[in-house]
Write a protein that binds this ligand. Structure first.
Ligand code: SF4
Length: 183
């Protein structure tokens, strides 16, 4: 059985990736326009609170409800700890382009693991279980992910294949509805 990574975000072990990587249009959920790779104006970048959100406790009231709702499912801290070994774009801005590319890949990994884990609660057939195991093995490689393998994942056939597999589980519709009601 592959070792499944934690799917719970631990921002204390990350480097505020969601505060820099994504682009946002001003809306009800995000009070300003922001380009991808541009540091959020609310992120402290100096002093003892460096890397922390200045308005973390009042995000919703301040018009940043989208940040409060965001969940990377553990991809952020895993990337910074496993691939970048605790180095940060805040200390070394030259790392940012590579970190942004790798983060997109790690997000795909963690989202697919989460979806497959949810699917595994369905009464899968033997063939579906075989596919589930095969995909989990690929998503949780023994030697971990690298910048290179994460980059390749974004445009890979594998990603599409897992997506098609998940769609093919629609015939479990009644059970899916039951699980959704439970969640
Ligand atoms: S990317 Fe994930 S772990 Fe990192 S700060 Fe954002 S939510 Fe937290």
């Amino acid at each position: 059985m592959p070792t499944i990574p934690s799917l719970e975000a631990d921002c204390s072990k990350c480097a505020a990736l969601c505060c820099v990587v994504f682009a946002f249009d001003k809306s009800d959920e995000f009070a300003i326009d922001k380009e991808a790779g541009e540091t959020c104006v609310n992120l402290e970048t100096v002093g003892s609170n460096c890397g922390k959100c200045k308005i973390h406790t009042t995000l919703k009231q301040d018009g940043f409800g989208g940040c409060a709702a965001y969940d990377c499912h553990g991809a952020g801290q895993r990337l910074m700890q496993e691939i970048y070994k605790g180095k940060s774009w805040i200390d070394d801005p030259a790392l940012l382009p590579d970190i942004m590319d790798s983060f997109r890949g790690m997000l795909i990994v963690h989202e697919l693991i989460l979806l497959l884990q949810t699917a595994s609660r369905l009464p899968l057939t033997a063939l579906e279980t075989e596919k589930y195991n095969k995909y989990m093995d690929r998503l949780c490689p023994e030697n971990g992910w690298t910048e290179r393998s994460l980059l390749k994942l974004e445009t890979s056939e594998f990603r599409l294949e897992v997506g098609e597999f998940l769609v093919s589980l629609r015939h479990h519709a009644n059970e899916i509805q039951r699980l959704m009601r439970k969640n």
